[in-house]
Write a protein that binds this ligand. Structure first.
Ligand code: UT7
Length: 339
């Protein structure tokens, strides 16, 4: 059996980084395909056969992204045996921040009572959690911080056009969190691989409300504050990018896919998951799926799935886990973790 390489920790002055706790939160309200049939011209049959999604969660009107993030973070800290006072840094990955500024991470810091923590947001759309994991890991590796809280959180219902059947059936709300620390006995995060292609930015975007098209009566009337997607092109790019990122990450560790106990892909569409698994040569049993219950929760997606996989006993100490993501930007990434 080949020994995995540990490219992240091959330099002696760098510490290894482990995920010492995970947690997730989804809002209570369930929106089923039958509910959507009453809202737009669609059918349960179309949504299920094209996407695998049966239902998704919707945040309450008074529940913002920071509230979802805090609920997930509390669970991750409890799982790690820590309190908010132990956190040195909070990174929130989101495309649905509470507001333009301050950052959602600062609002989470206050709501959690993590008074020692620095806080900032990152934005890599659906790839955000793996980007944030990579950034957070560098702070632990370099001895800058001991405890980093990484959160993927989205209230996608706030940016979805509920009149556009092409997109509104796909997304859901939720949050997932992970605590990063050095655990000397474990290898932890073995490697990451990130990528982007801004040349394809227009495939999936929310055009207005930023500096390019500030909010005006015209942008609102033109429905430019909702997300737009070229589904077919996005689909093709998603499969290619996820297969590419996973392959590079595995190669960097000297691993083949059969060594991976659990593959956790971004939960965008069941057909994308199946295509990625097939092209990687993975079995169905290796791939974790919860898109049927939550739809696409963007940056929260793999974080929620990771927590559920741990809770269900799909991942045990010492198992190898592969996260693989894709999103607007375009962005993509993969991470290999020894649990
Ligand atoms: O998380 C970031 C990345 N996002 C993704 O990875 C999403 C990638 N894309 C997809 O998952 C798929 O492309 C979709 C699920 C969005 C669409 O599936 P598709 O098989 O590519 O369908 P399509 O775009 O070819 O649409 C086929 C037909 C169209 O009708 P016409 O033009 O052929 O008459 C659509 O208007 O289905 C129609 N359609 C719908 N019909 C019923 C689109 N949405 C719906 C709907 N219900 N909700």
């Amino acid at each position: 059996m080949p020994t995995p390489l540990h490219p992240r920790t091959s330099r002696p002055h760098l510490r290894s980084v482990s995920i010492t706790g995970v947690g997730s939160y989804v809002p209570a309200r369930v929106l089923t395909n039958a509910d959507l049939e009453k809202m737009v011209d669609t059918t349960d049959e179309w949504i299920t056969s094209r996407t695998g999604i049966r239902e998704r969660r919707m945040a309450a009107p008074d529940e913002a992204t920071s509230d979802l993030a805090v609920a997930a973070a509390r669970r991750a800290l409890t799982a790690a045996g820590l309190t908010a006072a132990d956190v040195d840094l909070i990174i929130v990955a989101t495309i649905t921040p509470d507001m333009m500024f301050p950052s959602t991470a600062c609002l989470v810091q206050q709501k959690l009572g993590a008074q020692r923590a620095a806080a900032f947001d990152i934005e890599a759309a659906c790839s955000g959690f793996v980007y944030a994991l990579d950034i957070g890991a560098h702070f632990v590796q370099s001895h800058t911080y001991n405890t980093v809280l990484v959160i993927g959180a989205e209230k996608m219902s706030s940016v979805v056009d509920w009149q556009d059947r092409n997109t509104c059936v796909l997304f859901g709300d939720g949050a997932g969190a992970a605590v990063l620390q050095n655990r000397p006995s474990a290898h932890g995060l073995l490697t990451t691989c990130l990528g982007s292609d801004g040349g394809k930015a227009s495939l999936l975007e929310l055009p207005a409300g930023g500096s390019a098209q500030p909010t005006s009566a015209v942008t609102v009337a033109s429905r430019l504050h909702y997300l737009r997607m070229d589904g077919k092109e996005t689909f093709k790019n998603a499969v290619n990018a996820m297969v590419g990122a996973a392959t590079v990450a595995l190669e960097k560790c000297g691993l083949t896919v059969d060594r991976i106990r659990c593959i956790i892909p971004h939960q965008a569409n069941l057909r994308i998951l199946s295509a990625v698994a097939e092209r990687l040569g993975a079995t169905e049993e290796q791939v974790f799926v919860n898109v049927d219950r939550y739809g696409n929760t963007s940056a929260a997606s793999v974080a929620i799935a990771l927590d559920e996989a741990v809770q269900q006993g799909r991942i045990q100490r010492g198992d190898l886990v592969l996260l693989v993501v894709f999103g607007a930007g375009l962005t993509w990434g993969a991470a290999v973790i020894e649990w």
